[in-house]
Design a protein around this ligand. Sequence first.
Ligand SMILES: CC/C=C\C/C=C\C/C=C\C/C=C\CCC(=O)SCCNC(=O)CCNC(=O)[C@H](O)C(C)(C)COP(=O)(O)OP(=O)(O)OC[C@H]1O[C@@H](n2cnc3c(N)ncnc32)[C@H](O)[C@@H]1OP(=O)(O)O
Ligand SMILES: Cc1cc2nc3c(=O)[nH]c(=O)nc-3n(C[C@H](O)[C@H](O)[C@H](O)COP(=O)(O)OP(=O)(O)OC[C@H]3O[C@@H](n4cnc5c(N)ncnc54)[C@H](O)[C@@H]3O)c2cc1C
Length: 647
Amino acid sequence: MGLVDQLVNQPHYTLVNQPRENDILSHKELFDSIPEEYLSHKEKYENAIRKTVLYYRLMQKYQNYKEGSTILDETRANYRNLVSFAVFKDYPPLMLHNGMFIPAIAGQGTPEQQKHWLKRAKNMEILGTYAQTELGHGTFIRGLETTAEYDPSTEEFVLHSPTLTSYKWWPGGLGHTVNYCVVMAQLYIRGRHHGMQPFLVQLRDEATHMPLPGVKLGEIGAKLGLSTVNNGFLAFEHHRIPRDRMLMKNAQVLKDGTFVAGPSSKLAYGTMIYVRVIIVNGMANLMAKAATIAVRYSAVRRQSQIKPSEPECQILDYVTQQHKLLICIATSLAFSTCARWLWDVYTGVMGQMESGNMDHLPELHALACSLKVVSTMDVSGLVERCRLACGGHGFMHSSNLPYTYGLATAACTYEGENTVLLLQTARSLVKAWQKGSKGKPLSPTEAYLMDKSPVPKWENTLDGIIAGFRRVSAGKVQDCVSKIDKLVKMGTSYEDAWNQTSVRLVAASEAHSRAVILATFRSEVSRAAAALSPPLSRVLHQLVHLYCVYWALERLGDLLLYTSIAERDVQELQQQYEDLLQKIRPNAVGLVDAFDLRDEILNSTLGAYDGRVYERLMEEALKSPLNAEPVNQSFHQYLKPFMHGKL
Ligand SMILES: CC/C=C\C/C=C\C/C=C\C/C=C\CCC(=O)SCCNC(=O)CCNC(=O)[C@H](O)C(C)(C)COP(=O)(O)OP(=O)(O)OC[C@H]1O[C@@H](n2cnc3c(N)ncnc32)[C@H](O)[C@@H]1OP(=O)(O)O
Ligand SMILES: Cc1cc2nc3c(=O)[nH]c(=O)nc-3n(C[C@H](O)[C@H](O)[C@H](O)COP(=O)(O)OP(=O)(O)OC[C@H]3O[C@@H](n4cnc5c(N)ncnc54)[C@H](O)[C@@H]3O)c2cc1C
């Protein structure tokens, strides 16, 4: 399906904008009469549960899960991601149920386990989360302390949290919502350690919802965002579960305690790769939402004059405002394009692994890490830029930009903290360099590292810019390898040499990611454009061009170091950029309208389609409980005595 077909006809569009009678968003009981900002911490959660039940009941009614259609396809349709923005400004308490619990069973369970548990989970008969992170460890998975000791005499695993730092900490929905979870624990059999394995554990009684004996549960408290996700803590006190609760698709434990290893110990980490792939698309959606809000507001808002003789102009006519916002439109398209490309890579590798071929897993891991990092890093920064571009009204919760920032920035940390994941990709790049230097073939996305041709004359074209970013990445990787080799030759251990080079390694990893993103965005749009009308093809190519030139200007230092770009090229690039802003400006509102995000999904006083910004801001202000009375009781209780010197 071409790019714009994907844009306009993505599955979720058919689901979200389906005929009125089936339209979930037409059910107004899903929405809040009182803005959730005015609810207490506890009320917010309870209201979120109310809406969750309504939302899922409607989803099950309207979004018929085709038997055999995997949760991966449904999630890919963006359906939940987009429509849930309408019902929940933050993510719902069941975000992890669909986002990780079900995918973990699908990816780690045997066919029998999938048959039994996936059905119950998809029918919402049980609710689950994914419990890996602990109070003391998030990144360093091998350092996690929760244990699962196999007892062959009873054919059970004994789960235990030996220390406070071993308490599971963060899993969404864990506090008070879910009654099951996939727990990642260190497996021991007769005192021997068999690595991290996934266990499907019941936490609460299915009838009373009371925590089971030996299970301690609670929520971790107020956070920067995601206030309705009910992130919680979990501790086990020698809690016993049957042997068949270890998810045994990859590794198995036989009745007598024999451990049968899987093809790779890293397969237990497979759910994280899947989620990182999904996050890239989620970021594209968040960017589309913020860009729609900020661009529409910038078309409505008039402020100051460009010429004294003229009326106040749309703030979108300021080139500085175009500089802030047009890259946001291009960024959303870039990441939605890359997300579909990465999803196809993911499904391809999963298919190969089903037949035992693990060869492409390392490249997929490196790609998933780097694209998850760059998409979350860029979108967090650009959503904040959208907020700032809307002045004071962008600071209002009713604009929905602060919430959108919270959703984006959280993803810089969860599913692998960004620095750590860039170092993972760097690990892959250094290994590729070392492999290529021995004449061995490299993976398709890393093959450019071995381009030893002389640095060509710089060209201010898309090909020239993409080739330039590849030169930067290859140059940075080579510098890292040289520094590490030099340190090791001086007697430094490889590990210390790696750590001393890690700032450069992170930069090399980001450069590689940008080279992949620019090339993918460009090629996918070119492929789609062939099927489009000339005007549409032209504007999409303008966005690709803007995206490439923007990042070339953002990374000038690197290009000056590793390519033959000269001063006059830079001047020309800057002019190209400003010309593109001027060309795209007339289509800016049409482009965000093409994201086709309904008012209910935008959930924003500034981004509504009718542009009645001021009326909506006032409507929302009057919903504040403080506006229910002209004088608040605190005047009589505190201020008046204080002002009269009596307090
Ligand atoms: C807007 C949002 C949009 C959408 C959202 C929708 C859904 C989202 C749903 C849920 C998201 C919400 C909440 C998030 C939930 C979580 O956060 S779950 C917990 C996530 N935690 C992590 O990601 C932990 C990060 N840490 C790690 O991954 C690893 O510890 C490490 C990779 C950093 C280091 O691992 P080590 O064991 O130390 O090993 P290493 O020596 O570095 O690497 C060993 C080899 O293993 C390879 N490898 C590592 N990880 C993987 C993997 N996942 N898959 C495959 N291979 C892996 C690595 O490459 C090494 O290989 P070598 O050949 O080089 O040895
Ligand atoms: C909103 C939210 C939801 C979450 N949901 C879940 C969930 O549902 N289930 C779950 O299991 N977890 C969940 N998490 C936890 C999340 O996966 C962890 O926070 C994340 O993996 C980072 O681990 P950490 O918090 O221990 O930070 P650390 O790993 O302690 O990182 C702290 C700092 O140390 C640095 N650092 C750590 N290791 C290295 C290294 N090797 N090299 C260089 N620098 C390093 C990091 O870069 C970072 O700057 C969630 C987190 C958030 C914020």
